[in-house]
Design a protein around this ligand. Structure first.
Ligand code: PGA
Length: 267
């Protein structure tokens, strides 16, 4: 089985550095999993440096990601953090275009597009989030596919084969249906795989690269294997379950038993 990618999106949690260190230490204590999966944790900005430099983080097996980034590298942009600053801190990944930022901060596709290009140019691995809301989903498969295609076209505008050749494998797409995020109401593996396969084949089919695809939205220790046992899905973006020590440890433990299956999921 190709290595799966598990990205832990801590969002605005936990509420103190002490608790963040405890959570990180519990992840460091997971029994060997690195032959099977790559683990990336995305804590709030202020915990990145202390966790990266944590005395127990010697083996550097766990990778780090930020939850957002700005599109300029320096200047008068109060409150922003640049791609260069993240690189300087040895942060490898960045989540861009999460639906919570699209919704709460009105982050537009035009801004997300600038962030994707700037972060890729700086050599960061970009996890670009796309996904439809429940009203789009209610209109059926074709409408969902058109919606996702249009989101990707806007968010990746100007992304050239040249840039991708230089930064091969640095673009990762997370398909996260908005109605499934934080609700406990995950998509069915069958429907998620259909959208993910559509993206791989129909949106990227003619290009010289196909990005890794993650599923996100109420992934937990019980359903992780249903999603990741199919080769179409390269990994998962995990929110709530990633900030619960026991649940996250179970999730990684359960994932170890994933078999390499190419067959279609049960209807
Ligand atoms: P969730 O969050 O796992 O809590 O649904 C996923 C995400 O927001 O990336």
């Amino acid at each position: 089985m190709a290595k799966k990618l598990i990205v832990a999106n801590w969002k605005m949690n936990p509420d103190s550095l002490k608790k963040a260190e405890e959570l990180f230490e519990s992840i460091l204590s997971f029994k060997s999993y690195d032959a099977l999966l790559n683990l990336v944790i995305c804590p709030p900005f202020e915990y990145l440096e202390p966790l990266i430099k944590h005395p127990k983080n010697k083996k550097k097996v766990v990778k780090f990601g930020a939850q957002d980034v700005f599109y300029e590298n320096k200047g008068a942009y109060t409150g922003e953090i640049s791609p260069k600053m993240l690189k300087d801190l040895k942060v490898e990944y960045v989540i861009v275009g999460h639906s919570e930022r699209r919704k709460f901060l009105n982050e537009s596709d035009a801004i997300i597009n600038k962030k994707v290009l700037a972060a890729l140019k700086e050599g960061l691995k970009v996890i670009l989030c796309v996904g439809e809301n429940s009203s789009v989903r209610g209109k059926g498969k074709k409408v969902v596919e058109n919606y996702i295609r249009s989101q990707l076209e806007k968010d990746l505008k100007g992304l050239t084969n040249k840039l991708m050749k230089l930064k091969a494998n640095n673009l990762i797409i997370a398909y996260e249906p908005i109605w499934a995020i934080g609700t406990g109401n995950n998509d069915t593996p069958k429907d998620a795989i259909e959208v993910i396969s559509f993206i791989k084949e129909q949106v990227f089919g003619n290009l010289s690269f196909v990005p890794k695809m993650l599923y996100g939205g109420s992934v937990n220790s019980k359903n992780i294997n249903e999603f990741l046992q199919n080769n179409a899905i390269d990994g998962a973006l995990v929110g709530n379950a990633s900030v619960d020590k026991k649940e996250f440890s179970k999730l990684v433990e359960n994932l170890k038993s994933v078999k390499n299956e190419t067959k279609k999921p049960k209807k």
